[in-house]
Design a protein. Structure first.
Length: 108
């Protein structure tokens, strides 16, 4: 019985110590603009901007569309040239926090 208790204590100590060693702070690298009406402006060279809010009480921000931005319509990847046609429709724009470049646009 004493061996079982000592073994359990040792296991709890090892588990508690290892989780503290391996835990790191979570760093956000992407954020999203979710809107019932995305505001998308794009030029023919596949660059442009999306205006929106990250939350209801947040201020309006502008993020950049680049030729590397991926567009998904109803879950399937579509040509980026169709993005401007999604303006005014529900969607989500995922962007890199540091560069403010849009990585993905999801639309219904």
């Amino acid at each position: 019985m004493k061996k079982n208790i000592l073994l359990m204590l040792a296991l709890f100590f090892v588990a508690g110590h290892s989780s503290a060693v391996f835990s790191k702070p979570v760093v956000m690298i992407e954020e999203a603009i979710e809107s019932e009406s995305l505001t998308i402006k794009m030029s023919k060279d596949f660059t442009g901007v999306i205006r929106g809010k990250v939350c209801q009480s947040c201020e309006l921000i502008v993020v950049r569309i680049t030729p590397q931005t991926k567009l998904f319509i109803k879950g399937k990847q579509a040509d980026l040239s169709e993005a401007s046609g999604r303006s005014g429709k529900p969607g989500t724009a995922i962007f890199d926090i540091k560069s403010r470049n849009v990585t993905r646009i999801y639309s219904d």
